[in-house]
Design a protein around this ligand. Structure first.
Ligand SMILES: Cc1cc2nc3c(=O)[nH]c(=O)nc-3n(C[C@H](O)[C@H](O)[C@H](O)COP(=O)(O)OP(=O)(O)OC[C@H]3O[C@@H](n4cnc5c(N)ncnc54)[C@H](O)[C@@H]3O)c2cc1C
Length: 265
């Protein structure tokens, strides 16, 4: 994709720190005191995008679920039984309100996600110290105390861990139409949602296809028309995906739900 673009279309290593309307154009202020001007801005800077405030007053919400993601190198040696159990498939297990999803072949490592409701006593985002891998493995071992030994060995083999609170940017409210200059959002910046429907990347691609088609197919007269049409469509399909993922989130974390399956990787 990059090779098909003109040189310098993509400028790497530019962290946007401020965006403001100035003299009828957007002024983009990047780290290291570099600036650019633009007629139109498309915010594609992920789930924590700050460009949202130009478009809607809606705030991002935590859904109350927490994911701990672990990584194991050489899984065929470090946790051989679990690796063989996966048999090159993605393994999904839910038991008593906790889910575990493992991918044995994720760029040369085995990765897994343990998914659970954030305990009420956690203050702020979580009560865990991810600098201390041992303490997280201990936390997970307690969480999965009544699971089979094969899972406990998986946890003990982990070399790195990260914590991911699940977030959603609700789309129920219509976005502002009184923007002073053309600006829109695509991908997670527009509709971050928990990953329980496996739709984030797919609908993110759909956003960019619809928007780029609207901007180039010669059927609209202004950029704002291209934006309005894209946003109307996106709010419908992204809301559906958010509902689906919320439904799955509730289902897989129900205390009375048990599930064990394999999916082709
Ligand atoms: C555990 C987990 C599992 C998932 N599983 C699936 C799945 O199975 N299927 C699926 O479709 N989706 C899945 N998703 C969702 C998917 O990962 C996201 O929807 C997708 O990565 C979003 O892409 P994005 O480009 O919008 O955001 P990102 O991938 O977050 O990219 C945003 C980019 O913007 C850059 N950026 C941020 N701020 C600035 C700034 N100020 N200036 C410049 N650059 C900036 C960041 O560095 C980053 O490179 C999963 C997500 C998680 C967390």
């Amino acid at each position: 994709m990059l090779n098909s673009l003109a040189n310098d279309t993509v400028i790497w290593d530019r962290k946007l720190i401020e965006l403001k309307a100035q003299n009828g154009k957007w002024l983009l202020h990047f780290e290291n005191e570099t600036f650019a001007t633009a007629d139109f801005v498309i915010g594609a800077n992920g789930g924590m995008s700050t460009a949202r405030k130009y478009i809607t007053e809606t705030n991002i919400e935590n859904t109350g679920t927490f994911i701990i993601q672990g990584e194991i190198f050489k899984p065929e040696i470090e946790c051989a039984n679990f690796y063989q159990l996966c048999n090159n498939n993605i393994l999904m297990t839910s038991f008593k309100g906790i889910s575990l999803v493992a991918n044995p072949n994720n760029n040369g490592a085995l990765t897994y996600n343990v998914i659970f409701r954030s305990p009420e006593e956690w203050v702020g985002e979580n009560g865990l110290n991810f600098q201390d891998t041992g303490s997280i493995i201990m936390f997970l071992s307690n969480l999965l105390a009544d699971w089979n030994e094969i899972y406990k060995k998986l946890l003990r083999s982990t070399s790195s861990l990260i914590g991911l609170p699940t977030r959603k940017f609700p789309l129920s409210k219509t976005w502002k139409n009184d923007r002073s200059l053309p600006i829109t959002l695509v991908r997670d910046a527009a509709h971050i949602m928990p990953p329980f429907a496996g739709e984030g990347v797919n609908i993110g691609l759909l956003d960019t296809i619809i928007l780029s088609d609207n901007l180039t197919n010669g059927k609209v007269e202004t950029i704002q028309e291209a934006i309005n049409d894209y946003e109307q469509q996106m709010i419908v399909y992204a809301t559906e995906a958010q509902l689906e993922t919320s439904k799955n989130e509730i289902q897989i974390l129900r205390p009375d739900f048990s599930f064990h399956n394999f999916m082709k990787a």
